[in-house]
Design a protein around this ligand. Structure first.
Ligand code: BV8
Length: 242
């Protein structure tokens, strides 16, 4: 059951610009493991070995195998009711922006427009030498080589790497010019992505959190709705539609 105040529903209904900021919890109900939960992938693997350039250069085959494993999961996953509800919000509100830390493409597949992908997209790969993009090479288990001889890597942001400037700047602009900022399914420990929550707050946005548990940013939220994104987002949408 969604316990949301009538006044909060009115605030969302009358908002000029609503941002949904999502993390791995957004895709958990699509069968994609989170990073830091009890079933999180960081429990099985070490990010310092896998999600960074040094790990890739030291053992490209192992890192490539890990991304191929994750890509298979993403490719067989479907957007859940939470992704679909966020896409639906676009029909009832004047402006909706999605800022995601996820690399699984599920917001786009659910029909959301106006998406900023802060940490890249596992469906894309590029040559580290000549920057040519490749998309259909996930079938090859060992690290593929470009025609130019360069190593091909997933187009995701590894630890210690800068976020794509256009994506982060666009996300910062949205966070500083919105009325409502939903924080959905993130532990808010990864920076500079998590700094966007503070940007939104400092610029006067109302923060709503949707998570299965409280987090470090719950203190910033007007309300922390405890529950699954796939359950709560459709409930909030239903209130908006009425
Ligand atoms: C960088 C892509 C500049 C790869 C990922 C301060 C400022 C700047 C940098 C730093 C800083 N402090 C530390 C850093 C360094 C580092 C960092 O933040 N480290 C952390 C761990 C302390 N940041 C970086 O390296 C970034 N780059 O800073 O560049 C720079 C450059 C050079 C030198 C210095 C600085 C790059 C970070 C990007 C890393 N790439 N992913 C890949 O996926 O393989 S990060 C990874 O974490 C994912 O993108 C993920 O989305 C992200 C955040 O995690 P969450 O999404 O929050 O997932 P998590 O599992 O933690 O939480 C899930 C939540 O969902 C939980 O709260 C759970 O309760 C909830 N949940 C579960 N089920 C549900 C649910 N909620 C609702 N419904 C459910 N059903």
């Amino acid at each position: 059951m969604l316990d949301i105040k009538k006044s909060d529903i009115e605030k969302i209904k009358n908002a000029g610009h609503v941002v949904f900021f999502s993390g791995a919890g957004m895709s958990q109900e699509s069968g994609i493991a989170t990073f830091r939960g009890k079933d999180g992938i960081w429990n099985k693997f070490k990010p310092e070995e896998l999600a960074n350039i040094n790990g890739f250069m030291k053992n490209p085959d192992m890192v490539w195998e890990w991304y191929k494993y994750r890509h298979d999961i993403v490719r067989n996953a479907e957007p859940n009711q939470g992704h679909i509800a966020i896409a639906e919000f676009q029909k009832y509100l004047p402006k909706v922006t999605v800022i995601t830390q996820n690399i699984d493409n599920l917001h786009k597949r659910a029909g959301s427009k106006n998406i900023f992908e802060l940490h890249g997209n596992i469906e894309r790969n590029y040559c580290m030498k000549c920057k040519t993009f490749y998309n259909e090479i996930n079938e090859i288990p060992e690290v593929p080589k470009c025609r130019c001889g360069g190593l091909i890597r997933p187009d995701v942001v590894w630890f210690g790497e800068y976020l794509p400037q256009d994506q982060f700047q666009g996300a910062e602009l949205a966070a500083s010019n919105c009325d409502i900022f939903f924080v959905v399914g993130t532990s808010a420990v990864v920076y500079p992505a998590a700094s966007l929550i503070y940007t939104a707050k400092d610029c006067g946005a109302i923060i709503f959190e949707i998570n299965i548990e409280k987090t470090d940013i719950s203190i910033l939220a007007r309300e922390s709705f405890i529950g699954k994104a796939g359950n709560l987002l459709p409930m909030i949408l239903k209130e908006i539609k009425e």
